[in-house]
Structure formats: C-alpha cells, structure tokens
Design a protein around this ligand. Structure first.
Ligand code: SAM
Ligand code: SF4
Length: 326
C-alpha cells in the first residue's frame, strides 16, 4: 500500500465520521499524481453511495430567454459582446413551457430548470416568469428550478412563495480567475445573489466551468469556495468552446483532471447532488459514465442552453445499465 493510498483512505474516513476534510487535505488531494486518481475516484464513489445511494438526479433545462445578454462572460455564446450566430428569442408563452415541462416529467426528469440569458430580470419579465412557474405548478407538477441571473430579495421571496425548489447561480471559476473571464460584474455580485436566494429559503445550486484555462490551484479555490456555501447541488460544466467567443480555441482538459475535480468535490460535499452539466457529451467519450462512478450523481439530459445533447432515453438507459436508478 502506498502512502497516497493511505492518505485517501484517511480522508474518506474523516468524511464518513462527519469531521470532514481540511483545506490542507484538499491541497494534497489536488496534488496527487495521475496514477492515484483511480483510488481517489473509487473512494469518492464510496462516499456517494454511502450518503446518496444509487440515485442519479436527472434534470432538463429550458432556455426561456436566449442570447443578446448584456454581460461579457468570455465562455458564453449568449453574450452580446461576441458574434456567435446564435439565434435570439424572448420569453415563450406559459402554454409552450407547460408542454415542454410535461414532456420532461414523462421522460423521467426530477426537475425542470428555467434559464434566462440576461444579467437580471426586469420587473416585467420577472412577472412573466412567475406566471410560467405558476402554470407549471398547476398543470405539470415537477420540481421547478430557476437560473435567472441576479435577484433582489423580493424576487427571491416571490420564487419561494411559488414553490421554486432551487435557485441556480454559478460562481463560474475561482475568485482569482474571475476578472479574466468577466468584467461586467464581480465575483461578489454572484455571491450576493446566492446569499439572497439562501436567505429567502431557496435551496442553492451553484458551480462553475472547468477548462477555462484556470490553474489546478484555481480549481481548488473554486472547490473550497463552493463547499463553504453548503449548496444542495453543485453543477460543474466542462467548457464547450463556442466559435466567436474569446475561448473558442481553448484546449480541452485532460480526462483525469476532470475526474479529480468531481471526486474532490464529493469529499467536500458528501450529501450534495453533484451534477455533470454542460460539456458532458462533448468532452467525455463515455457521456459521463466514469464520472457517475467518481463522485457525480446527477446529469442534465436532452440538450443544453444553446446546443443539443443525448436524448433522455439514451441517458436513462445508460444510468440503468450501470446499475444506478433515477
Ligand atoms: N445568465 C444567468 C447567469 O449567468 O447566471 C443564467 C445562466 S447562464 C446562461 C448558464 C450557465 O451555463 C453559466 O452560468 C455557465 O456556467 C454555463 N455555461 C455557459 N456557457 C458555457 C460553455 N460554453 N461551456 C460550458 N458551460 C457554459
Ligand atoms: Fe449572460 Fe449568464 Fe452568459 Fe454571463 S453566463 S453572458 S450573465 S447569459
């Protein structure tokens, strides 16, 4: 048995005992060499099964407002700063959303997330979104989640009143990297909305994108920052370089680096849903099977905000073939 194997085992025992791992443990875990990543992933999988069983959280998205966003996030194909050729559309009618939410429910989705490409909702748009949520509640009955950018406390309370289960707002990257990927708002702006959502009683879903050109240390900073928020769900995207954005030529992350990130987040947040989000099909040859045995226990199915993905039948078959459940 190697020293690193023993160290991973000690960290796992700390998690099982409820003590949790320290920042210096996290630093050592991030420093492990490729040859030990299999051991790390196995331990992360054992933690997942102990705290979450075999269940995989399956979610579908609806990009209710597309493109022409006022913000300059360098990875995002929906920013008005970049010419990406992505079509723009405004809010759909409640009837249109209800049809898609019912389909998602029939296909086995646990939750349905309404996402909007804007900095924050105007009062008028917020009212329209509330109406859409009410209609989904009345006619479909699926967990509704939202990702609507910055929120005021009044808006967050209104979402809570409407039974929105979880609010998504991503930190995207580490604090030290953030000003390189966005200049139109700050890291603290993002943290503030998460605090507002939490204080209104909404569950939190937060995460980021890996593969933006961040260092391993910056990935570690993001993991630690996320764990300090105790989110019910962590959502990790793997960059999909969008033609026309400043990151269109970004080099792909190594598979082992991706496994390392998911595994360590599981050590930090044993009870949370850890979702493989955008970039699952494009970056992972196996559509995420290995990650679902390395700490992850959630996926987004049936496509993303501006691009397609596996259909739900394919994904649900994959989950069942792995001996996991939805
Ligand atoms: N505008 C709101 C916001 O920024 O919070 C709503 C959600 S935003 C459209 C959805 C999320 O998709 C982003 O927070 C980011 O993590 C992810 N995302 C956007 N572009 C991506 C890309 N090219 N590759 C991977 N993930 C991406
Ligand atoms: Fe706008 Fe959100 Fe895209 Fe940033 S990530 S440009 S805020 S839609």
């Amino acid at each position: 048995m190697t020293e690193m194997f023993e160290f991973i085992k000690e960290c796992k025992e700390k998690v099982f005992s409820g003590i949790g791992i320290t920042s210096s443990d996290v630093e050592i875990l991030f420093s492990i060499s490729d040859q030990h990543i299999g051991e790390l992933a196995l331990a992360a999988n054992q933690i997942t099964r102990e705290f979450n069983g075999n269940k995989v959280d399956v979610e579908q998205l609806n990009n209710i407002k597309k493109n022409a966003c006022s913000e300059d996030c360098t990875f995002c194909g929906q920013s008005a700063f970049f010419d990406t050729g992505i079509e723009t559309y405004q809010l759909p009618t409640p009837e249109q959303v209800v049809i898609k939410a019912s389909k998602a429910k029939n296909e086995g989705a646990e939750s349905y997330c309404l996402v909007a490409a804007w900095r924050e909702p105007s009062n008028k748009d917020f009212e329209k979104v509330c109406h859409i949520i009410q209609e989904i509640n009345d006619k479909v009955g699926i967990n509704v989640e939202c990702s609507l950018g910055f929120l005021t406390i009044q808006q967050a309370k209104k979402l809570k009143e409407l039974n929105v289960k979880r609010y998504n707002h991503n930190l995207e990257t580490s604090r030290s990297k953030f000003s390189e990927i966005c200049t139109t708002h700050t890291y603290d702006d993002r943290l503030k909305t998460l605090q507002i959502a939490r204080s209104a009683g909404l569950e939190l879903c937060t995460g980021g994108i890996i593969g933006l050109g961040e260092t391993q240390k910056q990935r570690m900073e993001l993991a630690i920052e996320l764990s300090g928020l105790y989110p019910e769900e962590v959502t990790i995207n793997i960059l999909v370089p969008v033609p026309g954005t400043p990151l269109e030529l970004q080099i792909k992350l190594e598979n082992l680096e991706i496994i390392k990130m998911f595994s360590i987040i599981r050590f930090l947040l044993p009870e949370s849903v850890i979702k493989i989000s955008g970039g699952r099909e494009t970056n992972l040859a196996d559509s995420g099977k290995e990650l679902l045995n390395s700490g992850a226990n959630g996926i987004i199915t049936s496509g993303y905000l501006t691009m397609g993905g596996n259909d739900s039948e394919t994904d649900i078959k994959m989950i069942k073939n792995m001996g996991l459940e939805i």
